[in-house]
Design a protein around this ligand. Structure first.
Ligand SMILES: NC(=O)c1ccc[n+]([C@@H]2O[C@H](COP(=O)([O-])OP(=O)(O)OC[C@H]3O[C@@H](n4cnc5c(N)ncnc54)[C@H](O)[C@@H]3O)[C@@H](O)[C@H]2O)c1
Length: 393
């Protein structure tokens, strides 16, 4: 059994919980779950959602079934979701620009330590093996030193913190005192890219995976770049942009949040090509009628033999949220597989395939075709020693 807590009961999380229950009943095929056919020691039926958190006043206190009605026709929503209720999370005052009312554990501006104690107590009761972060994108800093992160939390310095860092800090306390667990960070806040967090998790006997799920155009761009590098074609420019109409795209209109995304996406160019070809890679806009099915355009110019200049143009319409939700089905099983084998800290082989900015800090983005091979090898010998974050940096 893998006990899962989801943070951020939005469109990705709702796709995850609805799709998972439908998978368990055999109502859908496991398309979009990359390792569906691989034996990870746990299958879909072993995953149990035990808790969910949000800060949207329209979601907190409602069942996952009711929240799913915001995204799906009622006929496909599994009855099992009627028994799980959305709990109040933490916001640190970072969501004022969002188009909904906020309720959160920290709304009265009390001390963060008290909020963390509350969360900790809830997690002692929920006993999660894996906590999955699917909250709204935030811009966060790398602390590097756990003492610095701890001091910032204890001094109640909300300005420097994101909710994800506080959730993860609270899970570290749980790992230290109760049992091993993993934090899977699907958003751009540096969690698996922060040696403070990875190092502490390794010491405590827990795991972090991240950062920022790689689903839409970024993995395809990474594979095309590898294709160019393997053929010694000189890439002269890369343009890639996304326009979508879901809440995630609306949130990215905020400059700081967009900066966080741009940072996680752009590292692929230099990492894969070995030189920094001029590029523009970022979510560019919000257009409500597109809904969750975003429009992606990609354009590459490159030089081939005898000075010839070629171009690649790709246009796509992609359902954004189900893509990441399918990955989460793997990520929770891989987390448990790692924990069972006492693999702590973080695992580059998992991050490199599923994430835009694979931790630990300082590790490279590689093409997803290569990453998939590494991941298969890692699963094959799952008891391998973990990558030690502080050795790589
Ligand atoms: N393919 C993808 O959709 C994809 C890929 C990579 C990363 N992501 C990231 O995944 C995240 C979720 O995407 P989504 O489309 O579900 O967005 P969404 O806006 O539908 O859902 C986010 C949810 O998180 C909640 N939330 C925000 N801050 C919170 C907090 N501090 N605590 C608890 N809940 C909080 C919001 O109220 C909302 O319900 C986004 O950050 C997005 O950038 C998505």
């Amino acid at each position: 059994m893998i006990r899962v807590v989801v943070i951020g009961q939005g469109q990705v999380a709702s796709n995850f919980v609805v799709g998972l229950e439908r998978l368990k009943k055999g109502e859908i095929e496991p398309y979009g779950v990359p390792l569906a056919d691989m034996d990870l020691g746990y299958n879909f039926n072993d995953i149990k959602i035990v808790g969910s958190y949000d800060v949207d006043a329209g979601k907190v206190g409602r069942s996952l079934y009711d929240v799913a009605k915001m995204y799906f026709n009622e006929e496909i929503i599994p009855e099992e979701l009627k028994d799980i209720y959305v709990r109040k999370g933490i916001s640190l005052g970072k969501l004022q620009d969002m188009p909904f009312d906020i309720v959160s554990l920290d709304e009265n501006n009390g001390s963060l330590s008290d909020v963390i104690d509350l969360l900790y107590e809830e997690w002692c009761r929920l006993k999660p093996d894996v906590v999955v972060d699917l909250t709204t994108t935030q811009y966060g800093i790398v602390f590097r030193d756990f003492k610095k992160l701890e001091e910032t939390v204890l001094k109640n310095n909300r300005e420097l913190l994101t909710p994800s860092q506080v959730y993860c800090y609270s899970l570290i306390k749980y790992v230290e005192n109760v049992r091993s667990a993993a934090y899977v960070n699907c958003i751009p806040v540096p969690i698996a890219n922060d040696p403070a967090i990875v190092g502490k998790m390794m010491e405590a006997g827990g795991l972090v995976l991240g950062d920022d799920g790689a689903t839409g155009a970024t993995p395809l761009t990474a594979d095309i770049l590898r294709h160019m590098a393997d053929r010694n074609r000189k890439v002269l420019s890369v343009a890639q942009f996304n326009i979508g109409g879901n809440l995630d795209f609306l949130a990215l209109l905020n400059k700081e949040r967009n900066r966080a995304k741009e940072f996680t996406k752009s590292s692929i160019v230099k990492d894969i090509l070995g030189y920094d070809a001029p590029h523009y890679i970022r979510p560019t806009g919000y257009l409500e009628p597109l809904g969750d099915k975003k429009f992606v355009a990609m354009h590459l110019i490159y030089k081939s033999f005898n000075g010839a200049e070629d171009e690649i143009i790709v246009n796509m319409r992609i359902n954004d949220s189900p893509a990441l939700a399918g990955y989460v089905v793997d990520l929770v099983r891989l987390s448990k597989l790692a924990l069972d084998n006492e693999i702590y800290g973080t695992v580059y082989e998992i991050n490199a395939f599923y994430m835009k900015r694979p931790g630990p800090l300082g590790s490279k983005s590689i093409s997803k075709i290569l990453a998939r091979r590494l991941l298969g090898e890692w699963v094959g010998k799952a008891a391998r020693k973990p990558v030690k974050a502080y050795e790589i940096i």
